[in-house]
Every structure is written in C-alpha cells, then in structure tokens.
Design a binder for this molecule. Structure first.
Ligand code: AMP
Length: 511
C-alpha cells in the first residue's frame, strides 16, 4: 500500500479540518493540502518525467512545502531522498549523486552552490521556495496515488555519517507503516486537534513522524523561524495547544532551561517524544519536575526508524514504582513491531543482565543500504539488524543502552561504558555537559578522558571532580584527565561528536 493514500483518505473524510500552519497562521485545510499534493504528483509525472520508483531529493529547510513534496513524491509512486538542510552543499551533492536522484528540490539560496558541485546535467534542481514551484502546479492533478507494494521503497534515508560517508538506508512503504502503527500502540495517542510541531529537521525523525499525524488529521506546524528556538516553541505551544514534537535530548534541555527562566510549565505542549541520543537521568528528572508528565522516549536508528523501544509517559512519571529511576535511565521496552536480542559476538542470545550488541528484527527494519552490499551484509546478518549499540535487558524487558560498541573504553582489560561516567559527572553541581572518550595508553590499553562544560557562574576543576569520582565510581573507571571546553562539538542533530573530541585530544596531547 502506498502511504500517500492516508492523506487523500483523511482529506476526503475531513476536508475542512485545519492542516498546515506557519506559526499560528493557517495556510491550508486538508482539502487544499491533498489537492496541492495531487497537483505536485501530476507535475512530477507530466513535466519532470518522474516514473514510479524514481528518486527525488529534498534539500531544504523545514517548511510546509516539505510535507507537500514528500506526499507529492509518494503519490507519484516515487522515492523521497530527504537531505539535512544543515549539510554543506558538497555533502548534499554527494548524496544526490549517490542516490542517483535526477530531480532535487532545494532552497533558492542554496541552488547555485549545489549546482556548482554537481556534474553538468546530473540532476535538475528546482527551488522549492519560489515561483519555480508554480510551474510544477500548472499541469493536471494525478487523482489517485500510484499503486505501491509494501516492499517498494518510499524513503531513502541518509545516515548522519559520523563514521565516514553517509549510507542510504532503504525504507519501504511497509517499514513506515509499521513505524506509524507502533507509535499508536507503544508511544502515544494522536488526536485530531493535536498540532505536530516541526522543530527538528524534517529530513530525520521529526519528518518521519508526520505520517501518524496525517492519518489522524492533526495540524502540522512549521515555526516562523523554521528552526528550533526554545522561546518561540513555548509561545507557540501556549497559543496552539495540544502540541506534539520530537526533540533530541539537547533540545529538551534548552526547552526546560527556557521554561525555568520564564517560570512556565510548558503549557500547551501535549507530548515531547525524545530520542536520537542519550538522555541523562538527571536531565529527564528535572524536565518532568519543570514540565510535568509530557514526555515519552523512543530509541531507534535510521535502519529501524523510530522503532526499537519506547518508554511511555506513564512509566516516566510513575515515581511510585520501586525501580522508577532504573526504568527512567533505560530506553524502555521493545515496540510491538520488533523483537530484540542482546547478542554475543557470534550472535547467540545473552541472558538478562549481560551486556552485548543490540539486534533487532521485524517489520520496520530496512531493506538494506542503497548500492552498498558490503555494508548491508555487515549490518543485516542471520536475519537480524546489528545496531552497533551495546545494551542490557532486565528481567522485565527494559533495555538500557550502554554505548555504541566503538565508544566502549577497554582499560586494563575491563570494559568501561562512557555513559555511566558521564551520568556521574553530570550530577556534580556546576557541570553542564560531560562527554567521555578513551585515549590509547601504553600500559592500560586505553584510559578514560573527560570533556567538561561548566555553567557560566560555576567553579569546577579537575581536582574536585577527581575527588568526587573517587567517592562515586570504581577507581579504574575514573577519568585520568579532564579537558574543559566552552561547548561540546555536536552534529546537526545535536549528537555529541566523539570523533571530534578524539581529534581535540590528539591536537592537545600531540599524539
Ligand atoms: P540515527 O540513525 O542517526 O537516528 O542514529 C541512531 C543512533 O542514535 C542509535 O543507534 C543510538 O546510538 C542513538 N540513539 C537513538 N535513540 C536513542 C535514545 N533514546 N537514547 C540513546 N541513544 C539513542
């Protein structure tokens, strides 16, 4: 089934329901939204020659046109290739070529730069934010979405590429159906008067989450700024009410800081789904204290989008449970559409409590990497997706993430999980951010090095942190050195770049 059917169905049932907003301004109801999508699909086919299965890239800032293009591409039976707008034009060009996209929608301001990076005639570029789009709308509408099977591709999702070139994760219509259904079962409900607020890049999880909101006929809102601004979000939520958003942990942190400063409790926010990176225990405890029970967590990766585990709001808020803190530090339990296994190196299942690589299988797991058989064979093995994340399951099925397998530090033969040390450091008053990496050492193999960002008015030094660690963690786990930074290097999704920290380390120690 083509997932574009859901939009046309919702629009037939509820044509007058408000659909698309910029800030608090309504720009289209569902009738208009669905009509524009049919017209884009017609234009793609008739004017651009886009056939079912063709790849069409979108390299643009968050905007309502983004949603129209996604559905227009799907309606025409084509495959969307969303590219993070924060990537450099050279990186975007690499993705466009790798994906073999012959047509790409981009912002008018980036079109020249992108054009220069692409071989002549490789890909037609259309500005999604000016009159070039009008031409696309000038033909006749495509009435019904092109038939698509579950196994047909819908989204070619490029990984963030923190370890080399990004890979094109092939997501099918069926993968995205499973993601949407599991959301309703395992994460949260969606109500027709909800407002899905796109504060994180639509090329990623925030954009993928539009699907369940289209199914339910909810509102879709792009902030005026087109980006993440904590004050703007809080103002919008108060006006729009029933706001739903996906946020990386760093965004939650900034929202909570802004909320505290303004003495608001996040009024108007119904749900913040956080994920995509580690949420530290103290941060989520504070977030719930300040904003109340508005949080759910998901753990997923492009290869099983938004769908490995979920930690729903009632578990996050249930302080009466004897293992509440433990559960809050976990990423929850398996979503309904997947099985999870903690595996040893040979793939056999490890018992509860032991740490191994997290394997996943089920309906949302990708079909493979685009034109990359080697990486596909490495990642999809024995019927399982090997996530590269390490974790443990408890007896009740709660999964706790340790770290990416490559981030584990082995010192004197013992495995040290940076996350555990980071959690401890973050509890120290005055420490704002902490990230821990390993550094090669002739005697120990590796030693633990901590990068620390302190609050503006705080006075924290290596000595007090060392004394504090001696009181709180095993000696062998404590950092051997501290580096104080103004901020931690992060990628476009707010994830701390440990590769960058290792580089800083090399520069500072000349290794
Ligand atoms: P991406 O494919 O870019 O979405 O990155 C996925 C990776 O982000 C996962 O493999 C995890 O390492 C990390 N991640 C995703 N969700 C969470 C979460 N809830 N807590 C901690 N790490 C997460």
């Amino acid at each position: 089934m083509n997932l574009a059917i859901w939009l046309q169905r919702t629009a037939r049932l509820n044509p007058d329901r408000p659909a698309l907003f910029v800030g608090t301004r309504m720009m289209a109801d569902y009738r208009q939204f669905a009509r524009r999508v049919r017209s884009i699909a017609g234009g793609l086919r008739a004017m651009e020659g886009i056939q079912p299965g063709a790849h069409v890239a979108i390299y643009a800032q968050n905007a309502l046109a983004y949603l129209e293009l996604l559905y227009g591409i799907w309606h025409a039976g084509a495959v969307a290739v969303p590219i993070n707008a924060k990537l450099h034009a050279a990186e975007a060009a690499w993705i466009i070529e790798n994906a073999e996209a012959r047509l790409a929608f981009c912002d008018a301001k980036t079109i020249g730069e992108l054009d220069r990076r692409l071989p002549a005639g490789a890909c037609k570029l259309v500005a999604a934010d000016d009159e070039q789009m009008d031409a696309l709308h000038s033909g006749s509408e495509m009435d019904d979405p092109v038939e698509r099977a579950s196994a047909d591709l819908a989204w070619l999702f490029y990984t963030s590429g923190t370890t080399g070139r990004p890979k094109g994760v092939m997501l099918t219509n069926g993968n995205l159906h499973a993601m949407a259904f599991s959301y309703f079962v395992d994460v949260d409900s969606v109500m027709p008067d909800d407002a899905a607020l796109y504060a994180a890049p639509m090329s990623h999880g925030a954009g993928i989450y539009n699907i369940q909101h289209v199914m339910k006929g909810a509102r879709h809102v792009v902030p005026e700024s087109g980006a993440f601004d904590a004050d703007e979000i809080l103002d919008l939520a108060a006006e729009l009410k029933n706001v739903h958003m996906f946020a990386a942990p760093t965004m939650v942190r900034r929202l909570v800081d802004a909320g505290k400063q303004r003495e608001t409790k996040g009024e108007g926010i119904r749900t913040i789904v956080y994920g995509g990176g580690p949420m530290y225990l103290e941060d989520i405890i504070e977030a719930v204290e300040v904003f109340g029970s508005r949080f759910c967590q998901i753990y997923g990766q492009g290869e099983s989008p938004m769908t490995i585990t979920a930690l729903p709001r009632h578990t996050i808020a249930d302080r009466s449970h004897p293992r509440w803190r433990e559960r809050l530090a976990s990423v929850g339990t398996a979503q309904s559409c997947v099985e999870i296994r903690i595996a040893g190196e040979d793939g056999h299942a490890l018992p509860a409590g032991e740490t191994g690589e997290i394997l996943v299988r089920g309906a949302p797991v990708m079909a493979g990497y685009w034109r990359n058989e080697e990486a596909t064979a490495e990642t999809l093995r024995g019927g399982w997706l090997w996530t590269g994340d390490m974790g443990t399951l408890d007896d009740d099925g709660y999964l706790t993430l340790k770290d990416r397998s490559k981030d584990v530090i082995i010192s004197g033969g013992s495995n040290i999980y940076p996350r555990e040390i980071e959690e401890v450091l973050l509890r120290f008053p005055g420490v704002r951010e902490a990230s821990v990496v390993g550094q090669d050492h002739p005697e120990w193999g590796e030693v633990v090095i901590a990068f620390i960002v302190i609050h503006a008015d705080a006075e924290v030094d290596s000595e007090v942190l060392d004394a504090y660690c001696l009181d709180n963690i095993a000696r062998f786990k404590r950092p051997k050195r501290y580096h104080f930074l103004d901020e931690l290097p992060k990628n476009n999704y707010g994830k701390v770049l440990k590769t960058e920290l290792r580089r800083v380390l090399e520069d500072r120690t000349g290794q």
